[in-house]
Structure formats: structure tokens, C-alpha cells
Design a protein around this ligand. Structure first.
Ligand code: NAD
Ligand code: 6OH
Length: 492
């Protein structure tokens, strides 16, 4: 861990009840591109998590609880305005924390953060609820209608790969529904959650509506939040095994949970695809954000007729990527998030060899001959030749890596794609639309893309099957998770 030359190390604080506060302990926020310390982060202790939860509860009983849905929606639009006003700050903070290319943060992460607030602000104003005229056999008439109430205090725990995008994906609908939130961003990427607090202040969000507690999971802010008696619900994005630990932690207080977890996603490429588009799309789906997107395809299945040419074309794509400093606009492959995560990814590169894989490209560490060698770069990597039972084909690696296997029939491709304990996403590449529908409907996942990948409409259901999650967020699904519905039955 190195200090930046001649630079003051920043301090990132907790944000509780509208004030930035330090902690008794601090931890370092590391720039993955060169291993320097970019900030010292205040770790929230149990008392500070308590204070954040109490401040959220107070505002629900006070100012925030009295604000109607129209006014809430306009405040959320103001949060989006405030994000757009600080666009460059958000981009710089996200790039420094994650090491992702500036081009990606500017195109994806920060615009999506603003869009998350706008979409849920608009949606909540338009959202109706069902009502029923009821008639019983004895001739009694009644009117049933449901009303939407906030859940209360929502705990939000998020990962490091798309920190601001995934945080706002949950904060926006939670606030739209009238909740107050306590967020625990990843210890690897605390900066944009803190910047969002400034945007909340700009937007006139009352104190206590948005609180940030920094820290780790076990015996730290994450666990203090999930075990808290006065937190009404937990929404979590991260690894499946962390989801399992959180499920245990919330069990005694029976909190509703929404889990968006890991994936081991398949891309299925048929010989009738538009070859160039499929290569471009699959390359994006394997290497975007250095493979650190839960939706990335680590398993690619290609119809045997085009197998060799596809492997060759994807190899060329991988070798034409520009690894480099994230702030360089030409960079399209940044480092992995941390030294520890690089060790994990490299252990799978080694394991692939032990399991008998044929290495097509990559397989090691990228070397630059300058300070980037203190960063956490790995080569984009492609393997073939593994059996479907290999650990490298079964386990989520979360790096710029895929295994490509051939198939002969549509039925075989479907069986292979579904042969996983995860169930997050799939992509299918074919020019035959009927086949596209047919195969898509048999994928055991939360989202299937046909001839595209990570093309998002925020009104659609998003989530995973199996180890990939519990529940759906997106559009009305988010509003329903973040609301308590009270059905009122009136005898007429
Ligand atoms: P992680 O599970 O290690 O950490 C996520 C968050 O949980 C962090 O804030 C961490 O501090 C916290 N945490 C860890 N242990 C905890 C505990 N016991 N109690 C409470 N909080 C705890 O995940 P990560 O490494 O940050 O992110 C990568 C993982 O996230 C990958 O598996 C990826 O597939 C998954 N992911 C899924 C989605 C999705 O939408 N399905 C999106 C992004 C990432
Ligand atoms: C996982 O890394 C990406 C998740 C994406 C979303 O949750 C989204 O809403 O686009």
C-alpha cells in the first residue's frame, strides 16, 4: 500500500442525520490502478449505526413522513439534477475507487445514477394499485382497495463493481416509496456514496433520509445494520455466500430481503448469428469493467460449425483491448478491484491449467514497466477444452475471463447453459427470431438478452434465480418491494 506522491490523502466520513462525522477507526481506500492510498475512510461503530437508524426513524415520524408523493418525486428529480451538476466529480471519484476506465464511468455509471432517480420519481407518481368490488354468496357487498405505505427504515448494502449505479438503483425506489435509508457501501469503494450525500443536501432532502455508514461486513457496519432491531428491511447486492450470511442475520427479526447475487452466465452463439455483432457483443459481455459485472458471460457456448472462427475472432478482440490507466480516454480495460481479488482471479487462471484447459490468450498479469505495475491488472483470458464439470466452468471468477465450448444442437446448448446453480442472466445470438424466443424462454435466469447484452430498461423485472438472488427489483417490482401494502376492505 503506497502513499500518493506529494498529495494530501482525503478523508471520507460517515453521513448521519445530515452531518458528516468521523469514526474512532479508519481504513484505507486504495486506487486499484497503482496501489496508492487515495483516502482514509471513517469506519462506523455500533453506536454510529444506531444513530443512523434512529435518525432515519425520526425523519419518518417527522418531515419526510409528511411529504406527499408528488413532492417526494420532485426532490428525487433534484437529486438527479445535483448528480448531473457534479458529473465530473462523480466520474473522478468512481474511477479512482474502482479503477474503471473514465469512458465507462462517464457512459454507464454516472448517467445511470441520475436515471435511477428520474425513473423511480416518475414511476411512483403514476403507480396505481388494484381495487376490487367484492360480492359474497350471502349477498354482502364490499370494496377492497390497497394503499402503499413505506416499509420504514431500509438498510442497503452494496458491492464495489458498479458502486454508484447499484447503490442508487436501490436508494431511488426506496426514497420514492417514502422510506428513509441507511446505506453501507463496499469498503473498497466508499467515495460516491459520500458524494451522493452532498447531492442529497443540494436537493433539500431532510436530515436522516439518507445516511451512510462505512465499514466492512462481519463485526462491522454491515453486520450491525443487518442485525439491527429497528431496521425494517434489507436490500443487498453482492456475493451469494454473503447473501446467505445476511439471511441468517436477519432471521431473528424477520426482515424482508431483496437479494441480487452472483452469476455464472452463459452466452449461446448459433451459427446463424450476425458474426461480427455476436463477437462484439460477447466480447463486451466478457470483458466490460474487466469482467467485474454480475451479468458478464464466463461461459460461452458456440455452435460447432463456427466454433474455431469464433474462438479466433474473440481472441483477436481480447488482444485488441487497451489495458491502461483508467483516466486515459483510450483505456478500455482497467485493473481488478484489489490485490486480494487479483489473487482470486489468478488462482482460477492457474486452476484452469490444472483442470486441463487449452489457453487461447492471456492467463497472466499485465506488465507496463511503470507505476501501473503496482496496480491490480490481469490479462483478458480465454480458455477452451474444459469439461462442463470443471470448477472454472462452475464457479464465479469475476474477472476478464471466459471458457468457450462447442455444441451441436439447440437442445444441447440449452442443457449446457442451464447446468449451473446460478441463474442471473443469459445472452443468445441468432438471426432466427423464432429460435431466439424459443431458447430464451427455456433459460432458467432472471434476464435473457437476444442479440444484445446489458441493454437495460429500468421498468423491467431484474433479479436472479437459484444462487443468483431472491426477488425482483426494477419498475413496479421495486415499488412493491420497498412498500408495505395495506388492503382495506369496506363493507358497502
Ligand atoms: P460481497 O458480498 O463481498 O460484498 C458486498 C457488500 O456486502 C459489501 O458492502 C460488504 O462489506 C458487505 N458484507 C460482506 N459481508 C457481510 C456481512 N456478513 N453482513 C453484512 N454485510 C456484509 O460482494 P463484492 O465482492 O463487493 O461484489 C462482487 C459480488 O457481487 C459478485 O459475486 C457479483 O456477482 C455480485 N453482484 C451481483 C449483482 C446482481 O445484481 N445480481 C450486481 C453486482 C454484483
Ligand atoms: C451487476 O454487476 C450489474 C447489475 C446491474 C443492475 O442491477 C442494473 O440495474 O442494471
Amino acid at each position: 500500500m503506497r502513499k500518493p506522491a506529494g498529495d494530501l490523502v482525503k478523508r471520507i466520513q460517515n453521513y448521519i442525520d445530515g452531518r458528516f462525522v468521523s469514526g474512532k477507526r479508519e481504513f484505507a481506500d486504495i486506487n486499484p490502478a497503482d496501489g496508492t492510498v487515495i483516502a482514509q475512510v471513517a469506519e462506523a461503530d455500533q453506536a454510529q449505526v444506531d444513530e443512523a437508524v434512529h435518525s432515519a426513524r425520526r425523519t419518518l415520524l417527522g418531515e419526510w413522513g409528511r411529504i406527499g408523493v408528488g413532492e417526494r418525486a420532485s426532490r428525487l428529480h433534484r437529486v438527479a439534477d445535483a448528480i448531473e451538476k457534479r458529473f465530473d466529480c462523480f466520474v473522478q471519484a468512481e474511477v479512482a475507487d474502482t479503477g474503471k476506465p473514465v469512458s465507462l464511468a462517464s457512459r454507464l455509471d454516472v448517467p445511470r445514477a441520475a436515471a435511477n432517480f428520474r425513473v423511480f420519481a416518475d414511476l411512483v407518481k403514476m403507480a396505481g394499485l388494484e381495487s376490487f368490488q367484492t360480492e359474497t354468496p350471502d349477498g354482502t357487498h364490499a370494496l377492497n382497495y390497497a394503499v402503499r405505505k413505506p416499509l420504514g427504515v431500509v438498510g442497503i448494502i452494496t458491492p464495489w463493481n458498479l458502486p454508484l449505479l447499484l447503490l442508487t438503483w436501490k436508494v431511488a425506489p426506496a426514497l420514492a416509496c417514502g422510506n428513509a435509508v441507511v446505506v453501507k457501501p463496499s469498503e473498497e469503494t466508499p467515495a460516491t456514496a459520500a458524494l451522493l450525500a452532498e447531492a442529497m443536501q443540494d436537493a433539500g432532502t431532510p436530515n436522516g433520509v439518507y445516511n451512510v455508514v462505512h465499514g466492512f461486513g462481519p463485526d462491522s457496519a454491515g453486520q450491525f445494520l443487518t442485525q439491527h432491531d429497528d431496521v425494517d428491511a434489507i436490500t443487498f447486492t453482492g456475493e451469494s455466500k454473503t447473501g446467505a450470511a445476511i439471511m441468517k442475520a436477519v432471521a431473528p427479526t424477520v426482515k424482508p430481503v431483496s437479494f441480487e447475487l452472483g452469476g455464472k452466465n452463459a452466452a449461446v452463439v448459433f451459427a446463424d448469428c450476425n458474426f461480427e455483432e455476436a463477437v462484439r457483443g460477447v466480447a463486451d459481455g466478457v470483458f466490460l469493467n474487466t469482467g467485474q459485472v454480475c451479468l458478464c458471460a464466463e461461459r460461452v457456448y458456440v455452435e460447432r460449425k463456427i466454433f474455431s472462427s469464433f474462438v479466433e475472432a474473440l481472441k483477436r478482440k481480447a488482444e485488441s483491448l487497451h489495458p491502461g490507466h483508467p483516466s486515459d480516454p483510450k483505456t478500455d480495460l482497467g485493473p481488478l478491484i484489489s490485490s486480494q481479488h487479483r489473487e482470486k482471479v489468478l488462482s482460477y487462471y492457474k486452476l484452469a491449467g490444472e483442470e486441463g484447459a487449452t489457453l487461447i490468450t492471456g492467463g497472466g498479469v499485465t506488465k507496463f514497466g511503470d507505476n501501473r505495475d503496482q496496480g491490480f491488472y490481469v490479462q483478458p483470458t480465454i480458455y477452451t477444452g474444459l469439461p462442463e464439470s470443471a470448477r472454472c466452468v462452475k464457479e464465479e471468477i469475476f474477472g476478464p475471463v471466459c471458457h468457450i465450448a462447442p455444441f451441436d444442437t439447440e437442445e444441447e446448448a440449452i442443457v449446457m447453459a442451464n447446468d449451473t446453480d446460478y441463474g442471473l442472466a443469459a445472452s443468445i445470438w441468432t438471426s432466427d427470431l423464432k429460435r431466439g424466443h424459443r431458447v430464451a424462454q427455456q433459460m432458467k435466469v432472471g434476464i435473457t438478452w437476444v442479440n444484445c447484452w446489458f441493454l437495460r430498461d429500468l421498468r423491467t423485472p431484474f433479479g436472479g434465480a437459484g444462487l443468483s438472488g431472491i426477488g425482483r427489483e426494477g419498475g413496479m417490482h421495486s415499488l412493491n418491494f420497498y412498500s408495505e401494502l395495506n388492503n382495506i376492505c369496506i363493507r358497502l
